[in-house]
Design a protein around this ligand. Structure first.
Ligand SMILES: [Zn+2]
Length: 285
C-alpha cells in the first residue's frame, strides 16, 4: 500500500501533498486531542508531535480513539500506534511529559507550524497560549461543555484576531457562555450547587463520544484552516473560515434552545489583554 493508494479517495478534496508538510504539535492526547490527531493524519498531515503525560485508563476507552488493547500504556504511545496504522508514512514524535513543568515546552511550540491545544486544565492552556503569542505560532483550542451539551472551538491567528486570554476576557463581559462552565473550573461545592448532581456523577458524565465528535470535527477544520493560511496558495476545496470562535450546541439544554445550534464570532484583540497586548508592546520596543 503506497501513499497514492492510501489517499486516492481524499486527494480530490484536499491537496494532500501540500498540507502534508506542516508540522503539528498536539498538546493533550485525550478523547479530543487523540481524535483530532487521527482526523489530521486521515487528511494527509504527516508530521505530528504528540504530548501527554497520562496513561490510558479504563474509563477513557469508551470515548478515546484507542481501545481496550491499549490500556495501561502512555496515551502518546497508544495514539501514535493508531495514527501509524491509518497512515504508515506519518512521522510521529511522542513525548510523555507534563507541558506545564517541562522546560522543552517553549521550544516545541516554537518549532511547530500549528498547535492543537486539547488539554483538560487551565494552567496548560494559559501557558500554551502565552507561548504561542510570544512565538507567533497559530493554535486551535477546543473544549467540550459539561455533560456534552456542546462545546467551543477557538483559533489564535497571530496578527489577525485575539488570543485565548482575549477570549476569556470577552466571555467574562458577556452572558454568552453563562451556564456552560466546565467541570474542571469549579470546586466541588460549586458543582453540587450548579448541577444538583453528585460530584462523581458529573466527573463521569462529560458526554458521549458522539457529542465530542462534533466538537473535534470543528477543531480539526480549524487546524486545517490554520495550516492553509500558512501556504502560498489556498488548497482547493479548503475555503477560509473567517470566524475564529465557534460555540456549538448538541442539544436543547440551556443556554442552547434546539438541537445542533451554531454561533460564530470573530474575536478581535481585546484592549488591555495582558498576553497579546504585552507581545505588541514588546514588538514596538
Ligand atoms: Zn489577547
Amino acid at each position: 500500500m503506497n501513499q497514492t493508494t492510501l489517499f486516492a479517495r481524499v486527494e480530490g478534496l484536499f491537496d494532500v501533498g501540500v498540507l502534508g508538510d506542516a508540522h503539528v504539535l498536539v498538546v493533550g492526547c485525550g478523547s479530543g486531542g487523540g481524535n483530532v490527531a487521527l482526523q489530521l493524519v486521515m487528511s494527509g498531515i504527516k508530521h505530528l508531535t504528540l504530548v501527554d503525560k497520562d496513561i490510558l485508563e479504563p474509563e477513557n476507552v469508551i470515548r478515546h480513539v484507542c481501545g481496550a488493547q491499549f490500556l495501561g500504556r502512555p496515551k502518546v504511545d497508544a495514539v501514535a500506534e493508531v495514527l501509524l496504522d491509518r497512515n504508515p508514512s506519518a512521522e510521529v514524535t511522542k513525548l510523555d511529559l507534563d507541558v506545564v513543568r517541562d522546560a522543552r515546552t517553549a521550544l516545541l511550540v516554537q518549532e511547530a507550524d500549528v498547535v492543537v491545544l486539547a488539554t483538560d486544565n487551565e494552567p496548560s492552556r494559559w501557558l500554551i497560549n502565552e507561548l504561542c503569542v510570544r512565538t507567533k505560532t497559530p493554535s486551535c483550542v477546543a473544549r467540550v461543555f459539561t455533560r456534552g451539551i456542546g462545546g467551543e472551538v477557538f483559533a489564535y491567528r497571530p496578527g489577525n484576531g485575539g488570543c485565548l486570554a482575549c477570549l476569556e476576557g470577552f466571555l467574562q463581559r458577556t452572558t454568552f457562555r453563562s451556564g456552560i462552565r466546565e467541570v474542571d473550573l469549579l470546586n466541588e461545592d460549586e458543582r453540587q450547587k450548579l448541577y444538583g448532581l453528585g460530584v462523581e456523577e458529573i466527573k463521569d458524565s462529560p458526554g458521549l463520544n458522539i457529542d465530542i465528535a462534533f466538537v473535534t470535527a470543528f477543531h480539526t477544520r480549524f487546524v486545517l484552516d490554520s495550516i492553509a493560511r500558512l501556504l502560498p496558495e489556498r488548497p482547493k476545496y479548503l475555503s477560509e473560515i473567517p470566524e475564529n470562535y465557534l460555540v456549538w450546541g448538541n442539544r436543547p439544554v440551556a443556554p442552547f434552545d434546539r438541537n445542533f445550534q451554531l454561533q460564530r464570532i470573530t474575536l478581535t484583540p481585546q484592549a488591555g489583554c495582558k498576553i497579546c497586548g504585552m507581545a505588541e508592546s514588546n514588538d514596538a520596543i
